[in-house]
Write a protein that binds this ligand. Structure first.
Ligand SMILES: Cc1cc2nc3c(=O)[nH]c(=O)nc-3n(C[C@H](O)[C@H](O)[C@H](O)COP(=O)(O)OP(=O)(O)OC[C@H]3O[C@@H](n4cnc5c(N)ncnc54)[C@H](O)[C@@H]3O)c2cc1C
Length: 553
């Protein structure tokens, strides 16, 4: 039996890789395996939502933002022709605001995202073990015993691994959910066939500045240029019935593209990967049992229309792993882990409804316009996803809601516990250095402070002495909680005397923080920001703060 690892992560797709990185950033060692013999290629989930961009910032993965490209405008052609009918943006462009620095989705192929995440794991001495498949496991109150099968040069051998926890991020067909016997309720749309993949082709008629959408009768084809595949690379989706044969017959596949686009000058170069699937709309009612959890497609499957799957996988992983790391470090009770299910189930149920609505429009295009079907509305940016119903959030100013829209409107009028924590730029920071208290050069934004491995307490006030007394009452390990006081520009001087009570003293000279958090400049309010970037608590003082932290630690 091989040595014990605290966490075994099964599957190195987006969910598994983000889970691994979150745990490692929290100081928890992991082992991550994937049954594939080599890392997968393919653009797959290439639409990154603004919320995911924020979360990658909290995980310190700047390459996602740096590498991603804005989506090309969608160009819809008159059916059966190469005549453009309409050109429109995938989502109407919105300028960033102080509270929402990312308002637009970005495109980054899943293979590129996965490579970026693997490089971060490697910088933390964690390497994805390919050709290693979870076969089965048994768990008791103390541990999990997993049987892994390794493939090596045509040889196969098994290994028994003892670990404390398993995260099954093994995709829709994964074995973890099945071994847990979790129900996977929903439907399979056998009548709808999707074929998708990456292809290389060249054609003067199919330029590289649009996301092309061709149709003919009930069949459709989209071609999205992607230089990640190559200068002649496209990600494609085909939807229709009676197209299953195309996956194995490349000539029929090329003929299909030629006939639906009507382009006569296409030179087909290479099919990089291709897969066929029927949309499944299913989810579990529990995201784990005992010491074994599932995340990502292992827990919920849906149509790729709307581009929410990978993004939801990232949020699952982050939600689970900040909690799991506290439990592993004996800082929190394992009962905290039940909130992974409580918080994610309503969000995923809503996501399934949204993506199914888009699927229905996609397969019945006559009932809606192409723009109506293809254009993503702002709910899909996931900036309104919230945990207002969560039993661990504390709000002293707003009564606990009976019911909420878990995908929420982006521009909610107020900010309550469970909501996404807003950003705020242009904060002047005072820090303590050996030479004394100094104003840091440049300006900070709140998103520079939020990280996936600690809570951040934001104390809004004009009265720094009040904030300092509250900060002193937080006796938790400083590595787990950062304390930040935010003062309005009108605040009297002298706050530097309290510098040692805080990690940062911030002056909100331009008022973005007070405005974004809906705090009057004369008011005192305390917000606790969780490691996953959600507001855990909105309270007015020490008592509320204790109530929140007692529910976590
Ligand atoms: C064509 C297409 C387009 C899409 N577009 C979007 C989009 O724009 N935006 C979006 O958010 N989502 C999109 N999605 C969905 C997205 O690709 C998935 O939701 C995402 O890949 C789920 O990530 P995951 O890590 O949960 O699972 P997966 O990516 O499926 O990864 C699971 C991994 O587990 C491994 N594995 C399985 N079983 C075992 C085992 N027993 N032992 C070890 N390893 C195992 C597999 O080899 C695999 O690497 C799209 C999907 C497709 C197919």
């Amino acid at each position: 039996m091989s040595a014990q690892h605290p966490v075994l992560i099964v599957g190195a797709g987006p969910a598994g890789l983000v889970a691994a990185l979150t745990l490692l950033r929290n100081g928890v060692q992991v082992r991550i395996i994937d049954k594939e013999l080599a890392h997968r290629v393919g653009q797959r989930g290439s639409g990154m939502t603004p919320r995911s961009l924020e979360l990658f910032r909290f995980l310190e993965v700047p390459e996602v933002e740096e590498t991603g490209k804005p989506p090309f405008p969608m160009r819809v052609y008159k059916p059966g022709t190469l005549t453009p009918l309409k050109t429109f943006p995938l989502t109407p462009h919105m300028d960033p605001t102080p509270a929402f620095p990312y308002y637009n989705p970005t495109m980054i192929g899943q293979q590129t995202l996965e490579a970026i995440l693997r490089s971060h794991l490697e910088s933390l001495s964690c390497y994805v073990e390919v050709a290693t498949e979870l076969r089965s496991f048994e768990q008791d109150e103390e541990r999990v015993l997993a049987i892994l099968a390794h493939k090596n040069d045509g040889m196969q051998f098994t290994e028994t691994v003892e670990c404390s926890w398993i995260i099954g991020a093994d995709g829709a067909k994964g074995v973890t959910r099945k071994l847990l016997n979790l129900s996977f309720v929903g439907e399979t749309r056998d009548e709808v066939v999707f074929i998708s993949g990456d292809i290389k082709l060249s054609s003067n008629s199919i330029g590289r500045e649009y996301w092309h959408n061709f149709s003919s009768g009930t069949k459709s084809l989209t071609l999205r240029p992607s230089n990640e595949i190559g200068p002649d690379g496209f990600q494609f989706y085909m939807i229709g019935s009676g197209i299953s044969n195309l996956i194995s017959d490349h000539q029929a596949f090329f003929d299909y593209i030629q006939s639906i686009t009507t382009a006569t000058d296409i030179e087909f170069r290479e099919v990089i990967w291709v897969s066929e699937f029927r949309p499944n709309v299913r989810m579990v009612d529990k995201f784990g049992i005992g010491r074994v959890f599932i995340a990502g497609d292992a827990a919920h499957v849906h149509s790729p229309t709307g581009g929410q799957g990978m993004n939801s996988s990232i949020q699952d992983a982050l939600n689970l792993c900040w909690k799991l790391s506290l439990v592993i470090k004996s800082r929190a009770s394992s009962s905290l882990l039940t909130t992974y299910t409580t918080e994610r189930v309503p969000v995923i149920a809503e996501m399934l409804q949204l993506t199914t609505q888009i699927l229905n429009k996609t397969v019945a295009p006559t009932t809606s316009t192409a723009q109506d079907t293809l254009q993503r509305n702002q709910r899909m940016h996931m900036l309104g996803v919230n945990y207002r119903l969560s039993p661990i959030v504390v709000d002293e100013l707003t009564p606990h809601p009976e019911d909420v829209d878990s995908y929420g409107p982006i521009l909610a009028s107020g900010l309550v516990a469970g909501d996404r924590a807003p950003d705020a730029p242009f904060l002047k920071a005072y820090v303590e250095e050996t030479s004394g208290v100094v104003a840091r050069p440049g300006r900070l934004r709140l998103f520079d402070l939020f990280r996936a491995w600690y809570h951040t307490v934001l104390l809004f006030t004009t009265d720094v002495a009040w904030a300092a007394s509250i900060a002193r009452s937080i006796t938790l390990d400083p590595s787990l909680v950062r304390k930040v006081v935010i003062l309005p520009s009108s605040a009297p001087g002298g706050s530097e005397a309290y510098i040692s009570d805080f990690d940062f003293i911030l002056h909100d000279d331009e008022g973005h923080a007070f405005k974004g958090y809906h705090v009057g400049t004369e008011d005192c309010k305390v917000f606790v920001i969780r490691p996953d970037g959600f507001v855990g608590a909105v309270v007015v003082g020490r008592e509320g703060l204790c109530r929140y932290f007692d529910g976590i630690f």
